[in-house]
Write a protein that binds this ligand. Structure first.
Ligand code: GAR
Length: 207
């Protein structure tokens, strides 16, 4: 059984999708044991409490350096025996040291089809604002392993979502969540915990 930590910063709808999937028996061989929030006011913390999952708040500004932040986070992950870290709307960039230590054991969900609209500065609603500004007809979501390069790790799964006439960033964000993120993320977490994901360079095979 893999112990899962979910890292959040905001609303936590992806955390909720994972909680619901686990309750429905759809996370094979995995259990959410811990929620870590970078923001003490995150709505996601209430979702964790309601589901009976312990949570910890770890604010970047309480640490002198990214490495100190990463070390504190690593200590907590060790304490809970965490085997998979899921970034579910986690808005703090993890230090290289932590990315290396947990290589191919950290999964992130990003609200675009990587390599479009990703990297530094592309997070949350900004991603959808950029997609609409470009006028793309198709966007989507990507679930990938986390490497030292922001949004640059091996891609696990992607799903396309149509952009429609009159979309606002908020409307598009919601559609991408409903049609892609909330489906892809629990599936990828289950596949990881069940040992079905095999990384070969940039390619992730699902067997
Ligand atoms: C989600 O759309 C997620 O893909 C995005 O933030 C939102 C969090 O929503 N993450 C990023 O942009 C990371 N680069 P949630 O708190 O309701 O899950």
């Amino acid at each position: 059984m893999k112990n899962i930590a979910v890292l959040v910063s905001g609303g936590g709808t992806n955390l909720q999708a994972l909680i619901d999937a686990e309750a429905a028996g759809k996370i094979e061989n995995g259990a959410i044991r811990l929620v870590v929030s970078s923001n003490p006011d995150a709505y996601a913390l209430g979702r964790a409490a309601k589901a009976g999952i312990p949570s910890v708040v770890l604010r970047r500004r309480d640490f002198d350096s990214a490495d100190d932040y990463g070390a504190a986070l690593a200590a907590i992950l060790e304490e809970y025996g965490i085997g998979l870290v899921v970034l579910a709307g986690f808005m703090t960039v993890l230090p290289d040291s932590l990315c290396r230590r947990y290589e191919n054991r950290i999964i992130n969900v990003h609200p675009s089809l990587i390599p479009s609209f990703c990297g530094a500065g592309y997070y949350g609603l900004r991603v959808h604002e950029a997609a609409l500004a470009k006028g793309v007809k198709v966007t989507g979501a990507t679930v990938h392993f986390v490497s030292e390069v922001v949004d640059g790790g091996a891609i696990i799964a992607q799903k396309a979502v149509e952009v429609e006439d009159g979309d606002t960033p908020e409307i598009l964000q919601r559609r991408v969540m409903e049609q892609a993120e909330w489906l892809l993320l629990p599936q990828a977490v289950s596949d990881f915990c069940a040992g079905r994901l095999h990384v070969d360079g940039a390619w992730v095979a699902r067997k």
